[in-house]
Design a protein around this ligand. Structure first.
Ligand SMILES: [Zn+2]
Length: 477
């Protein structure tokens, strides 16, 4: 099968140029100002449109158990929604039983993921410490290509590990070239604040925001970064939501810590006022960390533009309003934490970032595709160049659309960005050379996604380069 994408404006993290792209089988085989059409099986006319590398969402929670329920998207609905939204690879989190061996957990999640319509990788969550965990890390990395784990500093009793456990696990991970994702919030103090609020009869969704203050995110972020530094291990702070936490990342980068940060569309576009809506509407917007005061958004956009924040991930953790979010109608602490986001992250970042002049086109590609590929060892993804997988999004910047739950693929009964008009429409999405989305409709086969066995060597080299790019590296003693 030969496909040519004609006359598009190719945008990578480093350049913008008009070109034709030849795809043979699953890969990009030629990029040139004119590729003859004779032998092509399929021509996609991209005149006047951008041709981007496919989005890579490294923060998803499909089929993910939390708080006595499970996220509303499985790997079928979730990856269809991703594809329609311009995401061609995801890295989802596993969820082991507490104390369980990581290996059968990994096997179980690879199996679940086989339903995916796009390529999928897995980060291994580690929710307890034992000698066995340390023994299993090299097996995860070698046998399963898992170059990233995740630790939680909150959710005591369900996922939280303590400082010493973090240190021991990160030290081993660092030796193996594994990067550690960290959910940084001070779980002990937050739990106490929640108990106090409830004891005072404060049960509305807004108290979810008030009991998880920015300072408790910043404190945990700083602590995680210090532990990473002591353990000589690379660290990736997921979902940075506020300026105070971001400052901790800046300080760590200055010290030469291999520290990377992610933010999410909800923190860039939504704010704490969404939690304060009447009639339990605020329940739809409960996620952790919570939505923040609006002024933090400028700091986050600035962090993206300057390279302090390397990646935008969705933290797609969808729960239906009816029957799931409403579990916490009388007690905000029983509202499952999380927002749907992977279907719209690409559009939201483009509209509020590029269209509104906050980030450049190249930066957009960098944070939504190139950096996630580099940091998480996806050597065939994240760029439009010869030899890469033909994961491509053709995007018409001259059209616009309105985001609404009515026509979404994600399996939730609301959309956090309902009614927002965004510039740009995705016209075609290709995954390994196959057109899987056309004009907003998913047209690919089911279960066509492949498990992403990820590289660590690339990972380490790229991290060193990214660190340099951030311009904060100082000589390591
Ligand atoms: Zn998450």
């Amino acid at each position: 099968m030969k496909t040519i994408i004609k006359n598009g404006i190719v945008v990578t993290s480093g350049s913008i140029f008009k070109a034709d792209i030849l795809i043979e089988g699953e890969s990009i085989t030629s990029i040139s100002s004119h590729i003859t059409q004779e032998s092509a099986d399929k021509i996609i006319n991209a005149e006047g449109q951008y041709v981007f590398p496919g989005g890579i969402d490294v923060h998803t929670h499909l089929e993910w158990p939390l708080m006595d329920t499970e996220t509303a998207d499985d790997f079928v609905s979730g990856t269809k929604a991703a594809a329609v939204g311009g995401i061609t690879s995801i890295i989802n989190f596993t969820k082991p039983e507490i104390g369980a061996s990581l290996i059968p957990t990994q096997e179980e999640w690879i199996e679940k993921g086989k339903k995916s319509v796009i390529d999928y990788g897995l980060h291994a969550i580690i929710n307890h410490y034992s000698d066995r965990v340390l023994e299993e890390l090299p097996i995860l990395a070698e046998t399963y290509g898992v170059g990233s784990i995740k630790l939680f500093m909150a959710y005591k009793g369900e996922m939280m590990v303590n400082d010493l456990e973090m240190y021991k696990i990160m030290k081993k991970a660092g030796e193996l070239g594994i990067i550690t994702n960290v959910h940084a919030e001070n779980g002990d103090i937050i739990d106490e604040m929640i108990a106090q609020a409830l004891a005072e009869g404060k049960t509305d969704p807004i108290y979810h925001g008030y009991t998880r203050p920015t300072i408790m995110e910043a404190e945990a972020t700083g602590r995680a970064l210090a532990i990473a530094e002591a353990a000589n291990a690379p660290i990736y702070i997921v979902h940075v939501s506020c300026a105070e936490a971001l400052e901790k990342v800046v300080e760590a980068k200055k010290r030469g810590v291999q520290a990377f940060a992610e933010t999410c569309p909800q923190y860039l576009v939504l704010d704490i006022s969404y939690l304060d809506q009447p009639n339990f509407e605020g329940g739809k917007y409960v996620c952790s960390p919570p939505l923040r005061e609006k002024w933090n958004q400028d700091a986050l956009w600035n962090g993206l533009q300057t390279g302090i924040i390397s990646v935008a991930g969705s933290d797609h953790c969808p729960f239906r309003y009816e029957g799931q979010k409403t579990m916490g109608k009388d007690d905000f602490s029983k509202i499952p934490n999380g927002l749907p986001g992977l279907e719209d992250i690409f559009s939201i970042l483009y509209h509020f970032g590029v269209h509104k002049g906050r980030i450049s086109l190249n930066k957009f590609v960098e944070i939504i595709s190139t950096n996630p590929a580099k940091l998480f060892g996806l050597t065939k993804k994240g760029d439009i160049s010869i030899g890469k997988d033909a994961d491509i999004v053709v995007f018409d910047p001259n059209r616009s659309r309105v985001i609404t739950a009515e026509c979404q693929y994600q399996n939730v009964d609301y959309n956090a960005y309902e009614g927002m008009k965004v510039q740009g429409v995705i016209t075609n999405v290709l995954s390994r050379g196959e057109v899987i989305v056309k004009d907003g409709q998913f047209i690919g086969d089911l279960a066509r996604g492949k498990y992403l066995h990820r590289s660590r060597v690339q990972n380490q080299e790229s991290m060193a380069n990214l660190q340099k790019d951030g311009q904060f590296r100082e000589p390591v003693k």
